[in-house]
Design a protein around this ligand. Structure first.
Ligand code: SAH
Length: 210
């Protein structure tokens, strides 16, 4: 599937019915999601791979991975309303994705989902709840040898320090995340947040696989 076609497919998806600020429920815009997915595809991290999407929301990243030929895709989100919409979006796209309702902070989750080849995620940036992104990073690094995450621009140093000894950043791609007025504390109709897509290679898995 071509990049433009993927973008168009993701554009048609339903969004969060009642987005929850505390969970930082912002759907990744189709162009940014397609960019992450295509980048991962070109690196050989999607096609034929077992892919997990942590904090899958309405399923944009997870379903996109399935459309690009992932062997098996699992999306995980704490909010059953979100997984419900994601399931409908998967049907709309004709994609086969399993969505689980679970909290990434749950220490038994790792055993439940097992290992994946690739984690993709757009975790909360921690704007509402400081460090909300940390359990996502922690779980990603023990789940897959390769992770692609969307973070606030300028997060590289934090991620480097936070994952020191556990992972290595192998790539960074810049992007923008236009956020439409969603919550009452948003004052502008649309705000563009600079983000970066970061690719991490986990040491945990590398040694595990060796
Ligand atoms: N990945 C989706 C959604 C991004 S918004 C997309 O790219 O469009 C972040 C998502 O993380 C929300 O759907 C929210 O419900 C979920 N989330 C927040 N905290 C969580 C937690 N502790 N465990 C699992 N999911 C969580």
């Amino acid at each position: 599937m071509k990049l433009k076609k993927l973008e168009m497919a993701l554009q048609r998806f339903a969004g969060f019915p009642r987005p929850r600020a505390a969970l930082e429920q912002y759907q990744t815009p189709a162009p940014l999601a397609a960019r992450l997915l295509y980048h991962a595809l070109m690196k050989g991290d999607i096609e034929g791979k077992v892919v997990c999407d942590l904090g899958s929301g309405t399923g944009v990243l997870a379903i996109g991975a399935a459309l690009l030929g992932a062997k098996r895709v699992t999306g995980i989100d704490i909010d059953h309303n979100a997984t419900g919409v994601a399931e409908e979006n998967a049907v709309l796209a004709g994609a086969n994705v399993e969505f689980l309702v679970a909290d990434v902070r749950d220490t038994s989750l790792s055993d439940r989902i097992g290992t994946c080849d690739t984690v993709i995620m757009n975790p909360p940036f921690g704007a509402q709840k400081a460090h909300a992104d940390r359990p996502f990073i922690d779980l990603a690094l023990v789940t897959a040898p390769v992770t692609y995450g969307i973070f606030n621009a300028g997060s590289t140093q934090f991620i480097k320090t936070y994952t020191a000894g556990r992972a290595e950043i192998t790539e960074r791609v810049g992007g923008v995340f236009p956020i439409k007025r969603t919550f009452s504390f948003h004052t502008k109709e649309i705000r563009e947040i600079e983000v970066e897509i970061i690719r991490l290679i986990s040491r945990h898995q590398v040694t595990h696989l060796a």
